[in-house]
Unconditional design. Structure first.
Lengths: 259, 259
């Protein structure tokens, strides 16, 4: 159980003075558990629609720092692989009616102004994050529900959040060679099947088992271990690990196309 | 000579009512001319510092549409390869003192409010564009200077605009396989040297002439023509062209890593 970083009602009442107008942040947080890729979603009890964990930017805060703050407040994690990937700026993406409903469901007392800042248009900066599932402390404080959702079972979300997830996946797909997705999502020792499932999910298609393993090993970034595990079934699966040193080096080096 | 899309003074006076607060757009516009990659920069006479062509977003306008509008107003071009690449959101990126100087240099009459909207913090959505140099009508209306600058001779720019250019180049470099940079920047028929110079500029290093040509031809996207030209010197250079159909197909298809 974690402490909330703000009280929603207080926040909606006082936000306008402390926050950058028009700008919000939404995080697509990926985790891998029991053979499936999952996304962390939250829901306010007074609202009832699932949404991406997100928030706003303080006037004296960098947008990237706001994303880290939001991520920490929802997962408890400090050092996380987090990447900004797109600014969602369609003029009709903010559902003013829905936000009005949210405001009405909160007792704003006599403080409710004529035109509330939360009823303005927002652009949203999209970030994706890869976290190690087992390390996340899912936040279950009163008034909010936060849960992992199987990537194939994402419900209809608030605003354009389904599109934000779609764009995150397309971005990861198009840059997969530069993104350490398996390295960040998997535990230290893993089966090749687990890594393949992550790629199959991102590419939304089945990949040939043998070709995949061959391609992955040919990068030189993965070591085959002298260990097996029956964790995934009756048959023993060979374990693999990432070559951390080489991985860090590959991350830092320039695109290898013209090396 | 083109018409301005707004009068700067009118704009700064009335902007706050029509514009999305806190959000601006900046465009890194690349062109290729006489063997060098160039970037289009503008300067207001009353200010004197070069900057990226940019602007603001109307309250009822999509951010992407604002970028297209700004690009058209500065280049006369309608159909342009334009990509959003990053949101610049550091809290201290807006130089309030510099903006105050700009305001003071414009005669705001009695309309100047106590705290002007232009003195708030802005986040900026960065776009890069590739244009065919010869098609750009450089805008030379009174009060503004707009000029191509050699990419190696970019002066100290307004705010964090040098960093925006740097990030644009890093983004293009890391995604070069998916970005039709030569296709968009070069005329229909070109010498391989011209294409190589573009890549050398983006990668900031010399590339081997033969290896480069071999790699480029191996993509199947470039045709060697049965034509030569002495345009680039005494020696005849072989001409090449992009296979437009294949190029369009490659652009639309998914990342080929696991095809």
């Amino acid at each position: 159980m974690k402490t909330k970083d703000f009280d929603t009602r207080d926040f909606l009442q006082t936000g306008v003075e402390d926050l950058l107008p028009s700008v919000s942040v939404d995080c697509v947080i990926f985790g891998f558990h029991e053979g499936t890729l999952k996304i962390l979603l939250n829901k306010f009890k007074f609202h009832g629609t699932w949404m991406l964990p997100g928030g706003f930017v303080y006037k004296k805060e960098d947008v990237d720092d706001a994303a880290y703050r939001i991520l920490k407040s929802r997962t408890g994690l400090d050092k996380v692989y987090l990447e900004q990937f797109h600014l969602f700026g369609n003029h009709n993406r903010t559902n003013i009616q829905e936000n009005e409903k949210i405001l009405n469901q909160i007792d704003m007392g006599s403080e409710k102004p004529e035109h509330h800042w939360f009823l303005n248009r927002f652009v949203s900066v999209g970030y994706y994050a890869f976290v190690e599932y087992s390390k996340v402390e899912v936040y279950t404080a009163d008034g909010e529900d936060l849960r992992w959702h199987h990537i194939d079972e994402i419900p209809q979300l608030y605003s354009d959040h389904n599109k934000i997830i779609e764009k995150a996946i397309l971005t990861i797909r198009s840059q997969i060679g530069n993104i350490p997705i398996g390295y960040e999502l998997l535990p230290e020792k893993f089966a090749m099947t687990e890594l393949r499932i992550i790629y199959e999910t991102i590419f939304n298609k089945k990949l040939d088992r043998r070709n995949f393993q061959r391609k992955m090993l040919s990068t030189g970034l993965i070591n085959k271990l002298d260990e097996t595990s029956k964790k995934w079934g009756i048959k023993s699966a060979t374990l693999f690990s990432f070559n951390k040193e080489k991985y860090e080096h590959a991350k830092d080096s320039e695109n290898a196309l013209f090396d």
